[in-house]
Design a protein around this ligand. Structure first.
Ligand code: KIV
Length: 282
């Protein structure tokens, strides 16, 4: 059983140049697999809106949905650092609602930390959460909850001006007291600069190979989510194909009488069938 990594150990990993492994999970069995595989951290991401609920984006996801999934993940991965992703409008409104909702991830679901999107514009919110004693991961670059303002799900920081804004966000997140930061869909050159500049661990999802660790969305990584695949995804399995074939084989077997066989049946206890048939005659 792996030992759960705590925040200071993640800082040690950055110092030693050991890469941090990070994956989303939304349910008990997947979290179990992630822990057994030796994942350093799990994100209960609001990407479950698309990957589990079939929404077009993350905006409709509620705090109550996040808590149910975070609880299941925690039950599957007791010894892994689990981060709850604050859904849209769970922290934007006020410091009070941000603390209350972040607190729910810790108290109700047993999460180790929370993640929220935004740089300069949420810096004071990050400070409030940190002052409340909560471990916080910032998330900048492509921030899906505000993709409307960004003009869609587009890579950020590709011009020198835009890169400077991403760096400004990264510095604001660290300055506000965040313990870690996630960079999404920015050029590797910018990812490298931020990783070398910040003292906190810098995680990447589409921010290149120089960051302190990597995150993937499990449904992309195992080939379960098929609607679209971002450029930054590496697919390690094709679960959709495996599951589809299994279901087609099952349908065929039932229709053609190959399932169930005697091996799948619970027979009556010896001598009971005769008694049963006799009883029916009365
Ligand atoms: O919800 C999520 O999985 C995320 C990633 C896209 C970074 O926030």
């Amino acid at each position: 059983m792996p030992k759960k990594k705590m925040i200071h150990e993640l800082y040690e990993m950055k110092k030693k140049g050991e890469k941090i492994t990070f994956l989303t999970s939304y349910d008990f069995p997947t979290a179990r697999f992630a822990e057994q595989a030796g994942m350093d951290m799990i994100l209960v991401g609001d990407s479950l809106g698309m990957c589990v609920y079939g929404y077009a984006g993350t905006v409709p996801v509620t705090m109550d949905q996040m808590i149910v999934h975070a609880e299941a993940v925690r039950r599957g991965a007791w010894n892994t650092f689990v981060i709850g992703d604050m859904p849209f409008m769970s922290y934007q409104g006020s410091d009070e609602s941000a603390v209350e909702n972040a607190g729910r991830f810790l108290k109700e679901a047993g999460c180790d930390a929370v993640k929220l999107e935004g740089g300069v514009r949420v810096a004071s919110r990050i400070r409030t959460l940190v002052d409340a004693g909560i471990v916080v991961m910032g998330h900048i670059g492509l921030t899906p909850q505000s993709s409307g303002q960004l003009g869609g799900h587009k890579a950020q920081g590709r011009t020198s001006e835009a890169a400077a804004m991403v760096v400004e966000d990264a510095l604001a997140v660290q300055e506000a007291g965040a313990h870690m930061i996630l960079l999404e869909a920015i050029p590797p050159e910018v990812g490298r600069y931020i990783t070398e500049t910040l003292s906190i661990p810098v995680l990447s999802i589409g921010a290149g190979m120089h960051c302190d660790g990597q995150l993937l969305i499990v449904s992309d990584m195992i080939g379960q989510f098929t609607a679209f695949t971002p450029k930054f995804v590496k697919k390690y399995a094709d679960v959709a194909e495996v599951v589809l074939h299994a279901m087609q084989d099952y349908i065929k077997d039932v229709r053609e009488g190959r399932f169930p066989t005697d091996d799948h049946c619970y027979h009556m206890i010896e001598g009971e069938e005769e008694k049963f048939l006799e009883s029916l005659k009365r």
